[in-house]
Ligand binder design. Structure first.
Ligand code: AMP
Length: 395
């Protein structure tokens, strides 16, 4: 019986995988191959309570995928895999939903690499290797950007010469689409109303972070832009800045624009502000012990988030719920409380006891009586990829 989907998330030197039953959401197998292409390359997998470790010494993505096949064979799962679902970061304007992969789709994903030069080529390696290793199975691409393709022009256009959009595709695309889509549907269930009749703001707060306005199941605005650098403060990304900073930082540090963009992506955000860590939990503990950098980093993070949530309200005719998700959104009662404290003008107030309860996988409402609705929802991007894959593969 082919009742599982193999979900693949391929990075430049890593390959994350899971065998998921899309009907139950249960992952029979999960694993990660890391440091691919280096002497330390290795794969670890978890099958129920069992853990497997394999060294891949110098092996790349092909070796990792073959090792995944071996683990599937050893666990008796190979014959139960009915399709392979791939996370692909950028689908440009071409992909507005998930799609069955063939050679033409592969070429179009390649063409979108212009917009995501760090991510799409790595995703594509995963697609190509998996299609070679699983030639008889249907393969499906699920895009981070696709959910936001419903944004109206006034939300996706930058106020720059229009020809840059028309001729070069330079516009806001948005990311984390699978997470925003998944938690919007979960929130609708918690609210007990159809997704087609819900006005939501979803805040995905992990190491990367973005918020989205979701109206009747469609994204109408989001905080990330052409790249994931725009919007909220993140673990190592600055989020919004004055674009002139690129020139000023370049002059101050004698760096090229590419180097400055790298600094804004990898050395900024919570890490840059605190000078300590990109990790919210670490910063909360340090702030409690009086670390000034940690405190200010968290304050900027929470303030920027509240400001963007208020801004996204302009995209909606009403607001049925604000939804927190992602590692920080699902676990940091402190961050949620700080953010909601800044949104009193919009009618938000937190129930501290409910807020404290909704951590470590517990979902539910956290607003006080008389407040607008606030929900904590656990995201599951892999499950959404598995569901889309099953639906499109027709298995
Ligand atoms: P993600 O990228 O979704 O895995 O989220 C990672 C982020 O979630 C990191 O900044 C973690 O510090 C943060 N996180 C996880 N658990 C907690 C927690 N209990 N309190 C605060 N932050 C947390």
């Amino acid at each position: 019986m082919t009742d599982h989907v193999l979900v693949i998330n391929c990075g430049s030197s890593s390959l994350k995988f899971a065998a998921i039953d899309p009907r139950t959401g249960v992952a029979a197998l999960t694993g990660l191959a890391e440091r691919l292409g280096s002497p330390e390359a290795s794969l670890s997998a978890r099958l129920g309570e069992d853990r497997h470790g394999v060294t891949l010494a110098g092996g790349g993505h092909e070796a990792a995928m073959r090792a995944v096949l071996d683990v599937l064979d050893a666990s008796g799962l190979t014959t139960r895999i009915g399709a392979v679902g791939h996370r692909v970061v950028h689908g440009g304007e071409r992909f507005k939903s998930s799609v069955r992969i063939d050679d033409a789709v592969e070429a179009e994903i390649d063409a979108c690499a212009r917009l995501a030069p760090l991510h799409n080529p790595a995703n594509l390696i995963g697609v190509r290797v998996a299609r070679r290793c699983f030639p008889s199975l249907p393969h499906v691409a699920v895009f981070d950007t696709a959910f936001h393709q419903s944004m109206p022009a006034h939300a996706y256009l930058y106020a720059i010469p229009h020809s840059l959009y028309a001729e070069h595709g330079l516009r806001r695309y948005g990311f984390h689409g699978t997470s925003h889509r998944y938690v919007a549907a979960e929130a609708a269930q918690l609210l007990g109303r159809p997704l087609q009749d819900c006005a939501l703001i979803t805040a995905h707060l992990g190491n990367g972070a973005s918020a989205a306005a979701v109206l009747n199941g469609h994204s109408v605005d989001t905080t990330m832009g052409l790249t994931p650098l725009e919007g909220l403060v993140m673990g190592t990304r600055s989020g919004d800045i004055d674009p002139s900073l690129v020139q000023f930082i370049g002059n101050a540090l004698n760096q090229s624009a590419d180097q400055v963009i790298d600094l804004l992506n990898r050395k900024s955000g919570l890490l840059g502000l605190s000078g300590l860590s990109n990790d919210c939990r670490t910063l909360q503990a340090a702030a409690e012990e009086g670390h000034a950098g940690a405190r200010v980093a968290l304050e900027v993070f929470c303030y920027r988030l509240a400001k963007h949530i208020a801004g996204l309200s302009a995209a909606l005719p009403r607001l049925d719920a604000l939804v927190f998700t992602g590692g920080i959104g699902e676990n940091s009662a402190w961050v949620r409380e700080q953010v909601l404290a800044r949104l009193g003008l919009l009618g938000f107030a937190v129930d501290s006891a409910a807020n404290a309860r909704c951590v470590g996988g517990v979902a539910g409402p956290i607003h006080a009586a008389g407040s607008r609705t606030v929900l904590v929802v656990n995201t599951n991007e892999e499950l959404l990829i598995a569901r889309d894959t099953f639906a499109l593969a027709g298995v």
